[in-house]
Write a protein that binds this ligand. Structure first.
Ligand code: SF4
Ligand code: ZN
Ligand code: ZN
Length: 312
């Protein structure tokens, strides 16, 4: 196959777009796609300060790389989840990436926060699924870091496959509240929230992997051990089968949802949050979900310490 842009030998074939690209043209194509998403959805400007949540995986590092290349003011945010070797390895990749490009990086570690909040410990103490505990803590620390650092925008590397899987899950259960908030740009609904955006929402996992490979980005290849068996992977698998039978399905599913169906759900968005009585961050009840989680962990540890004191 020949490159769609310059007719040289193509290195990548994108069936969903019915196009092929040589290496330089692919990198150009990828950058243009990101730039277009930023412009079309009015995500941010070159004057704004961007906080990019980076996990060490290919998507978030590809996002940070492309934005830095395009001249945006970016800072990385890495949150150590305390998940054994996976967390140690991902932190090392993120730090090496930031150092090699002289990009500013903020590092926080859950095991050093509050009463010690490593994901496996919190999941055990609160009897929650690790991903539920992890999700609540990530949301809190991302929001808090963006607010404390006076950033204008918080960015995540969610790609088309992530968004399609999430959409399928939301549609299968008609989770209207979730559908109301599933869009590439979320405007802040509280003074301590910043705008949240997903510039890669129309680029597939394959496309970001190719970009990361061509740019020689050294990312963590292993998945988080808790990802195994996650429902999200079942949805991704189903979508991959649909995509193989009919290329472009995922793109149409997400793109058309955002364009025509999402605004109908957005009308029923819930009321703006109030302030958490404990930490002051946005909350829908007296406490935000993070502080609720921390209190559960503290209560559980106090009970255990009391029992240990009684020699039980
Ligand atoms: S798979 Fe679950 S525990 Fe692992 S990083 Fe993702 S949300 Fe967190
Ligand atoms: Zn070319
Ligand atoms: Zn709180």
């Amino acid at each position: 196959m020949k490159c769609t842009r310059c007719k040289a030998k193509a290195e990548v074939h994108l069936r969903a777009h019915n196009a092929g690209f040589c290496r330089p043209c692919y990198l150009e194509y990828f950058r243009r796609q990101v730039e277009r998403a930023i412009a079309r959805e009015r995500m941010f400007t070159t004057e704004e300060r961007l906080l990019v949540a980076v996990s060490g995986g290919k998507d978030s590092l590809a996002l940070w790389d492309v934005l830095a290349e395009l001249g945006y003011h970016t800072t990385g945010l890495y949150l150590g989840l305390g998940i054994g070797e996976y967390s140690d390895g991902s932190r090392a990749k993120v730090e090496a990436f930031a150092a090699s490009r002289s990009l500013p990086l903020v590092v926080r570690s859950l095991s050093e926060e509050g009463p010690g909040l490593a994901v496996p410990d919190v999941a055990t103490a609160t009897r929650r699924a690790p991903c539920a505990a992890c999700g609540a803590m990530k949301r809190h620390f991302f929001d808090a870091a963006a607010h404390e650092g006076d950033f204008d925008v918080l960015l995540t590397g969610h790609n088309l496959d992530d968004e399609a899987a999430r959409l399928l899950g939301n549609v299968l259960r008609w989770q209207r509240d979730h559908l109301a908030r599933q869009r590439p740009v979320l405007a802040p609904t509280h003074p301590k929230f910043v705008r949240k955006v997903k510039p890669l929402y129309l680029l597939s996992e394959y496309e970001t992997a190719v970009y990361a490979f061509m740019r020689r980005i050294d990312y963590v290849v292993e998945e988080c051990p808790n990802a195994e068996g996650a429902t999200q992977l079942v949805y991704k698998d189903a979508l991959n089968r649909l995509e193989a039978a009919s290329p472009g399905t995922k793109l149409a599913f997400v793109k058309e949802f955002v364009r025509s169906a999402q605004p109908l759900f957005a009308e029923r968005e819930r009321d703006a949050p109030g302030d958490c009585q404990a930490c002051g961050m946005p909350a829908y009840g007296a406490l935000c979900s993070f502080c609720t989680l921390v209190r559960e962990v503290e209560a559980k540890r106090a009970r255990r310490a009391a029992l240990a004191g009684l020699g039980v």
